[in-house]
Design a protein around this ligand. Structure first.
Ligand code: PEP
Length: 258
């Protein structure tokens, strides 16, 4: 059975001092894990620094973004081969902050997803609805559109062993996680949709939830059978919070799986 994957997304935060101060604590908790695993998405400039710290550990590196070009005259961009070169395993694709602040549309995100997967890294596809879309009961439609933009240009096999993170945009950074029943309903719906195309592919996908998770509100998330990971933003920046969150997840998973 796949381990429960907790991804710490540092976004545009952290520095060398933050890494030096905290990474050994994260390594220490990681050594105690049997049912969970940790991956870290630092800002690009710190990936290689972190890579040196994490070389002999099972903590994986995540990139927060990727360019759609493999090489060439694209000033300021980072390619898939560069990420592979420095030991990155996962790439966050289509985070709502990139969709909103960098005007990334579904088609552009689909290209990044396909490029990442075809080159042997694991895409973490972020999907989810805005507050307005939720009010209009469009959550499922929005999520399916985001998935269909990939299926329009590629076979369903491209989703094999990938990650889909359901992140309601209105919950991110709001301090309030979404309602457990609604998270469950949405994730089940997405899983069923992919299953209706290919059940084996659907079973291979890790479904995560993201949006204002912290150590005090994760307990109920474990009631959701189809969630096998978390995408954590703010709470990953306070090391005590992150470590107790990981400990809680490990305890819950050990109860559920042993
Ligand atoms: C995110 O941005 O992916 C996220 C989950 O952020 P936060 O935990 O801060 O809501």
């Amino acid at each position: 059975m796949k381990k429960f994957l907790i991804v710490a997304n540092w976004k545009l935060n952290g520095n060398l001092n933050f890494i030096d101060k905290n990474i050994n604590l994260i390594k220490k908790i990681n050594n105690l894990l049997h049912y969970c695993k940790i991956a870290i998405a630092p800002p690009y400039v710190y990936i290689y620094y972190l890579h040196n710290y994490l070389k002999n550990t099972s903590i994986n590196l995540v990139a927060q973004n990727i360019d759609i070009h493999e090489k060439g005259s694209f000033t300021g961009e980072i390619s898939i081969n560069m990420l592979k070169d420095i030991g990155v395993k996962y790439v966050i694709i289509g985070h709502s902050e990139r969709r909103i602040n960098h005007y990334e549309n579904n088609n552009f995100i689909a290209k990044k997803f396909i490029l990442t997967k075809k080159n042997g890294l694991i895409p973490i596809l972020c999907i989810g609805e805005t507050k307005e879309e939720k009010k209009q009961n469009k959550t499922e439609k929005i999520c399916i559109n985001q998935i269909n933009s990939i299926l329009k240009i590629c076979e369903v096999n491209i989703f094999y062993n990938t990650i889909i993170a359901y992140e309601p945009i209105w919950a991110i950074g709001s301090g309030k996680i979404a309602n457990i029943n609604e998270i469950e309903k949405t994730i089940n719906f997405i899983k069923k949709y992919i299953s209706s195309i290919n059940q084996k592919i659907s079973e291979s996908i890790i479904f995560q939830y993201g949006g204002s998770i912290d150590k005090d509100n994760i307990n109920n998330l474990f009631q959701i059978k189809n969630i096998n990971g978390l995408l954590v933003g703010k709470a990953s920046l306070t090391i005590e919070n992150f470590i107790s969150l990981v400990k809680k997840a490990e305890k819950k998973m050990s109860l559920l799986r042993s």
